[in-house]
Design a protein around this ligand. Structure first.
Ligand code: M6R
Length: 626
């Protein structure tokens, strides 16, 4: 949801800022803009609706001399207030044209602030909530107790703003200084030698430095080439703590590495993503070994006392949460409810001290999930976050965190993060089972060994890519694709349908196969493609035979059946128009394999239709608005 970058140093700021926007474009691509200070008191701004490429073309035509300077900032937008047009693109300027702002988030009290400005005779030029911030700072700088004080003027305004926001300001009278602040949306400082960066995401500056500082809630920062100073919104440093950290991955992880799209690279990275997520979570001890959740701050005693688990998440993370339910209930006998985070807090769920809430979020910034976490904490529940982004807001506000260690996921569609979340969810299930004694240590060890064997099997599933792509190209022009599964195959069907919807803009729906006869079977007509996720024949035989009957039912009605089944499952062959074979795995672990062909399928259909696989229309990677 909007990518923001600021730079102060010795390099050509325009180059640094545009490169950073390119890496953060996954956060939003409705418009892009830059503001560069040339050191002689001139602020050059360019902004353009659409992809960054449009802005680059505009900059190319304008000639870069106007943008020569070593202080600058940039923005890539996912529109909330105001259509994605040139005039709503950031940066926004004040009337003097000397002050500019870029913003991520929503200023919730923008309406009264806008009225106040209009009554004072300020003409607002955009439909955004953002623009109020720049005019308010401009007025605080022009007159009153903070007159002439850039940083103090920003601080004065920050204290008036409600909502979630990251704001970055630059002023032509103060070259070499950038003032920024955050509440509930991300902002990190990149610490270089003789240069400093601020950005929504470390990918913006990883090329220049791996030393970073994560800002806390309601913190402001001033950067100059020499250093940074973190304060609260009132400018105080006392009791204000920010967290320095070293980024443990490099530029290559944030680049496509020879692939046409990040998503394709990220699909291939899945074996490593799962292996890295499991790394160090099982230690050998005198009893043979045990699961350790090293980033957790929940004692075994607490894990024993929970009488209910809620899993809250959105989108693909929610689908991974549905899988958590199967594993946790099976291993621990503790009831698990899985809820869309956007629904959770509005229906007054029953929560108390003995409830464990597991909040799953790749980005760690999803507003719906963050609000669900806050609601759970207000009700005294304990919250365990599963997150891919070090130090993001959701893990910060949770009691404990398990990090999925996939490196940056840049394609908007979740792939490696999803599989890593499934692995992390299962770790939580095993840790609960171990603490509560519902599984013997040797059983826990066996389950962990199964998990550990998955990366190799995922690599083998990747070998099905040519076959899956061929099927995808054949089906690229159909209007509808249905996905069916039972048991753990059902969340996989939902995930397959979501991938196809978001990437290829096709009507796709996932169903629990048993539900088909209760309505959806009416959709089946001659040639309609139905992708079926078959359970293992060696697992619960009843599941397998029931799904086989469902396939027969739809084939009898003319559907084209594309079946994902375990190698050697010959019983399904006569009913499969296309058969994609995956290695055998115990039932609970099969989703780590069966999801992969569905990701490849969706990406290939999207490519065949000529869509941008990494940046599907209307979407952004991190959804920081409710
Ligand atoms: O960052 P999060 O895991 O909280 O994001 C949740 C969803 O927005 C995300 O999974 C979304 O559904 C993906 N685009 C799916 O591919």
């Amino acid at each position: 949801m909007c990518g923001i970058v600021g730079y102060v140093g010795y390099r050509d700021a325009l180059g640094v800022v545009v490169d950073a926007l390119r890496r953060m474009e996954y956060r939003g691509y409705d418009s892009a803009g830059v503001a560069i200070l040339d050191g002689n008191g001139a602020l050059a701004v360019e902004r353009k609706a659409g992809r960054l490429a449009n802005l680059e073309a505009e900059l190319g035509e304008a000639g870069t001399e106007r943008f020569a300077g070593s202080t600058g900032m940039g923005h890539t937008r996912w529109a909330t207030h105001g259509a994605p047009t040139d005039r709503n693109a950031h940066p926004h300027r004040d009337i003097s044209g000397k002050l500019a702002v870029v913003h991520n988030g929503i200023i919730e009290n923008f309406a009264p602030l806008r009225r106040e400005l209009e009554e004072a005779g300020v003409e607002l030029l955009s439909d955004t909530d953002t623009e109020v911030a720049v005019h308010l700072v401009s007025r605080a700088y022009a007159d009153g107790p903070t007159a002439g004080e850039f940083t103090a003027s920003v601080h004065a305004v920050l204290q008036r703003l409600e909502g979630a926001f990251t704001l970055v300001f630059t002023h032509a009278d103060h070259p070499g200084t950038i003032v920024a602040a955050r509440r509930s949306t991300p902002l990190v400082v990149g610490v270089g030698e003789g240069e400093m960066f601020i950005a929504s995401d470390v990918t913006a500056f990883i090329e220049h430095t791996r030393e970073a500082v994560e800002l806390g809630q309601n913190q402001a920062v001033v950067i100059t080439a020499e250093g940074y100073r973190v304060t609260d919104f009132a400018g105080n440093t006392e009791g204000v703590h920010s967290r320095p950290f070293t980024i443990d991955w490099d530029l290559a992880a944030a680049e496509k590495g020879g692939h046409d799209y990040f998503m394709l690279k990220e699909i291939e990275e899945q074996p490593t993503a799962v292996a890295d997520t499991l790394l160090g979570h099982f230690v050998i001890d005198e009893k043979g070994g045990r699961i350790v959740l090293d980033e957790q701050r929940l004692a075994d005693q607490e894990l024993r006392e929970f009488d209910k688990v809620f899993v809250v998440a959105c989108g693909s993370s929610y689908h991974s949460g549905l899988l958590a339910k199967y594993a946790i209930e099976h291993w621990t006998r503790v009831p698990v409810e899985v809820e869309l985070a956007s629904e959770f807090r509005y229906r007054d769920p029953v929560l108390d001290r003995s409830t464990l809430v597991v909040a799953i979020s790749q980005s760690g910034e999803t507003a719906d999930t963050l609000e669900a976490v806050r609601h759970a904490k207000e009700q005294k529940a304990r919250v365990l976050a599963i997150c891919n982004t070090n130090g993001a807001q959701i893990p910060r506000e949770s009691d404990a965190v398990i990090y999925t260690r996939t490196g940056p996921e840049i394609g908007v569609a979740s792939t490696k993060a999803f599989l890593a979340q499934v692995a992390a969810n299962y770790l939580v299930g095993l840790a609960l089972a171990q603490a509560r004694g519902t599984k013997y240590p040797d059983e826990v060890a066996r389950e962990f060994a199964e998990l550990e064997s998955m990366p190799k099997l995922i690599s083998r599933v990747l070998e099905t890519a040519p076959q899956v792509r061929a099927i995808a190209r054949e089906l690229a022009h159909v209007p509808t694709v249905l996905f069916l599964g039972r048991h753990v195959g059902y969340p996989v069907a939902l995930e397959g349908a979501l991938k196809l919807k978001e990437l290829a803009y096709l009507h796709a729906e996932g169903f629990a196969a048993g539900e088909l006869k209760h309505g959806p079977i009416a959709l089946i007509e001659q040639g309609l493609p139905v992708i079926i996720v078959m359970p293992s024949p060696k697992g619960r035989a009843v599941l397998h035979s029931k799904l086989l009957s469902n396939i027969r039912e739809i084939q009898a009605r003319g559907a084209r059946t594309i079946v994902i089944a375990e190698e050697g499952d010959d019983t399904v062959r006569p009913f499969a128009d296309d058969l994609i074979e995956i290695p055998a795995a115990p039932t609970l672990y099969q989703p780590l394999l069966s999801t992969v062909p569905l990701q490849i399928f969706a990406a290939e259909v999207a490519q065949a239709l000529g869509y941008d696989v990494d940046k599907p229309r209307n979407l952004a990677k991190s959804v920081t608005v409710e």
